[in-house]
Design a protein around this ligand. Structure first.
Ligand code: ZN
Length: 131
């Protein structure tokens, strides 16, 4: 099995957070960075396991949907608090729906907007190589 780390993508967006005690943040923006981890079958006879450019394009399309947006207003965050943790989880779900196949699956999404903290949302994935 191969793990391909695809990065780095960036998007600028704003969000407003609600905290446990009922308080909230003001609307503010960040430039988020994103790396996607994909597990794939072993390379075929040509030495290729995945169409890397197609994968990049699929991720970029989803990143573009967030760029210069107020995240709280987007349907994918409806009813959700768009924290870094939630953003990584939602991106994991969206990218999994777009990318996953019998041959490759998203296994983690990592985001950050400063050097102080990276959030990595991951799930165990299993790809059965018939060879
Ligand atoms: Zn923030």
């Amino acid at each position: 099995m191969i793990e391909i780390i695809i990065g780095e993508f960036c998007f600028s967006a704003s969000h407003k957070l609600t905290f446990e005690n009922g308080s909230g943040s003001n609307i503010h923006g960040h430039e988020w960075h994103l790396t996607v981890f994909v597990r794939s079958l072993d390379p075929d006879e040509t030495g290729i396991s995945i169409n890397y450019q197609l994968l990049r394009d699929m991720i970029q399309e989803q990143v573009d949907r967030l760029n210069r947006k107020f995240l709280n207003d987007l349907p994918i965050f409806a009813g959700k608090n768009p924290t870094d943790e939630m953003i990584s989880k939602v991106l994991f779900q969206v990218l999994s729906e777009k990318i996953n196949s019998q041959d490759h699956q998203v296994c983690a999404v990592e985001i950050w907007h400063s050097g102080r903290r990276h959030i990595k949302y991951s799930r165990e994935v299993c790809i059965d190589d018939p060879k």
